[in-house]
Design a binder for this molecule. Structure first.
Ligand code: ZN
Ligand code: ZN
Ligand code: ZN
Length: 349
């Protein structure tokens, strides 16, 4: 906060608050707000009825519960008064900020990610262990998919998605974040919503799934082919497989994030599929399924030990098929470590 000349950080709904306090705000109209002044003690303003859920942390923050007829925004305003630069969490509801504006006239508002983002981005060993455990759990499901233990042909994408979701919970996750199942031409839409399309013999099935386990997220993508792999698909998959491996290997500490994107993209460009790789190479992961650092052209941030991110190139041919291969990788002084280790080949099921 001193470096960024920020007087007060305000955190509400979102992941910065639990990262710093262990408490997750209810996404409700009743305001919860951690007020962190640069000098002085932090205060957690909280609806009185939610206060029993807070595990108090003396020396970390004071608790200030508010009653149903009080104006909590005025409390935030009072604790923030005199601030000229206030940083707010990305996921704070707009209504809380709009209501706060008249209480602190003249203040400049910034994003709290400038303060908390750097802390959250660099995972300690306990966080890496949590990501690895979540990764191992989805790898197990990927293995089941690749061994043909999850029925595909004759079922709808939505049915398979529901089964992946059940398995994500059965493997120890607390919640499912997504279970994309996209068959054939649907796989050309990277975030396809699994629907009523029935999976047939002789097509690619893209599965991208993950959840949250003990606070930390998993996220992996594997494709399987129902029957003998079509030659155009096999050819493109060779390129994708190599691009993904090159992208993972490119993640030495000190390497700018954009160089990982470039290394991955170059393989796909050189093979002539460049126009079909329509998204960035990856995203950071931790408490949130997408967070800093983003593996994208324009992000010159050098990778540092503890950075955790996805490497997930894709090739998407509209109207025909799509494919993506995704692992979560942690940057370490000994080189990049992949947290997803299920078979990287396009398995025929
Ligand atoms: Zn995605
Ligand atoms: Zn991802
Ligand atoms: Zn994914």
């Amino acid at each position: 906060m001193t470096e960024q000349h920020i007087d007060t950080v305000l955190l509400s709904v979102g992941h910065d608050l639990p990262y710093l306090t262990g408490y997750t705000a209810m996404p409700l109209e009743r305001l919860t707000m951690l007020v962190v002044p640069r000098d002085g003690d932090a205060t957690l303003i909280i609806p009185r009825l939610e206060a029993p859920r807070v595990v108090e942390q003396p020396g970390v923050f004071d608790l200030l519960p508010w009653g149903e007829t009080e104006d909590p925004t005025a409390l935030v305003g009072k604790l923030s008064s005199g601030s000229s630069r206030i940083a707010v969490g990305d996921q704070m509801w707009a209504r809380f900020l709009v209501e706060l504006l008249p209480h602190v006239p003249g203040a400049e508002y910034l994003r709290a990610v400038d303060v908390v983002g750097a802390l959250r981005m660099t995972k300690d060993q306990a966080e890496i262990d949590a990501l690895a455990a979540a990764g191992a759990a989805v790898d197990k499901i990927a293995g089941e998919l690749q061994r043909g233990e999850i029925e595909l042909v004759g079922r709808t994408e939505a049915q398979v998605s529901a089964e992946l979701s059940r398995r994500i919970i059965a493997e120890g996750h607390d919640k499912v974040n997504f279970a994309i199942v996209a068959a054939g031409e649907n796989a050309a839409s990277p975030h396809h919503h699994a629907g009523g399309r029935v999976i047939e013999e002789g097509e690619i099935v893209l599965c991208d799934f993950g959840g949250t386990m003990a606070g930390y997220c998993s996220d992996t993508t594997r494709c399987v082919f129902t029957g003998e792999v079509a030659s155009d698909v096999a050819e493109a998959y060779e390129v994708l497989h190599e691009a993904q491996a090159v992208g993972v290997a490119a993640g030495a500490t000190g390497t700018p994030c954009e160089d990982v994107d470039r290394a991955t993209r170059k393989v796909i460009d050189d093979a002539g599929y460049g126009e079909y790789f329509i998204h960035r190479t990856g995203h950071g992961i931790g408490l949130e399924e997408h967070e800093d650092p983003y593996i994208v052209e324009g992000n010159s941030l050098p990778l540092a030990p503890g950075h955790a991110y996805s490497v997930e190139p894709g090739i998407y041919i509209p109207g025909r098929w799509g494919m993506r291969l995704e692992d979560i990788v942690v940057a370490t002084l000994d080189g990049p470590v992949s947290l997803n280790n299920s078979d990287h080949r396009l398995v025929s099921v």
